[in-house]
Design a protein around this ligand. Sequence first.
Ligand code: F6P
Length: 327
Amino acid sequence: MQEKIKRIGILTSGGDAPGMNAAVRAVVRTALSSGVECVGIRRGYNGLINGDFVCMDAGSVSHIIEKGGTVLYTARSEEFMTEEGQLKAVATCRLLGLDGVVAIGGDGTFRGALALSRHGIPVIGIPATIDNDIGCSQYTIGFDTACNTAVDAIDMLRDTMQSHERCSLVEVMGRQAGYLALYVGIATGATAVLIPERPVDIERDVVEKIRQARLSGRTHYMVVVAEGAGSAFDIAGQIKASIGLDPRVTVLGHIQRGGSPSSRDRETATRMGYQAVQCLLNGNGNRVVATKDGKVVDIDIEEALAMTKLFPMDRYDVLEAVTSHTH
Ligand code: F6P
């Protein structure tokens, strides 16, 4: 018979994402409601290496569901990438009597989770990144909030761009993925969107679109650039050289990672946190929680890391159709 687990650890690692706190809360509350103690590991895998932890009771996660960032702090641990670092982390897990660890973060976090699980510690990963670039999960915690933040910022920029009849270039995050840029571009009615998933031709994808918009009477133009598609400053220079506009560049940067999580992120994070604890309670270590067609599922970590997801290029067709000025 499967031995009952008594204590688990929880950590957040990599870039923070709005909704991480909701996931932490769900893990702690679900564990406690099943009679399992919970230890918060601070500063990602560094916390496991250094024994940096805090005991989590039900009150310790009160009123964090609405907060951005992560109350457990986060880090990208270089030491944990070494065998020596991993052995220190395993020793801390044993010392604390952890029967499992829930690790919230992106791909790097899951690679860390796999390393830990290979050393015999059952680990469950929960996908949280504003980039939405995790192959095994259709949705990652933080994406919706980051989109909303970028949309709010662009709506504000549009007011001033409209008044001055200017061209605006907005660079959004996303690492090597264009999810944020594409979703935000659709939601703001951008003149053009540049994403890494589609080879960029400035003349075709930006200049010509601005020309068409101008011909149809538009006097201001919004161009959304995914950071993985190139530098907004470089593209502004090319626009200036090509059609003589004097674009303004805004790099949204880390404000996209902050702020109170949206209801979608809170709700998804809560369901994922619950599922992560169910995995451990059922003796299923070494899993990654994911969403599939609106449901929360779990997948073997190694399989999860090998998965890729299809970029929703059909949304680019939608964007092209609704922003076209040729009809
Ligand atoms: O992965 C989240 C993310 O915000 C990316 O979109 C971005 O490229 C990167 O992290 C920025 O990392 P840092 O916080 O280390 O500057």
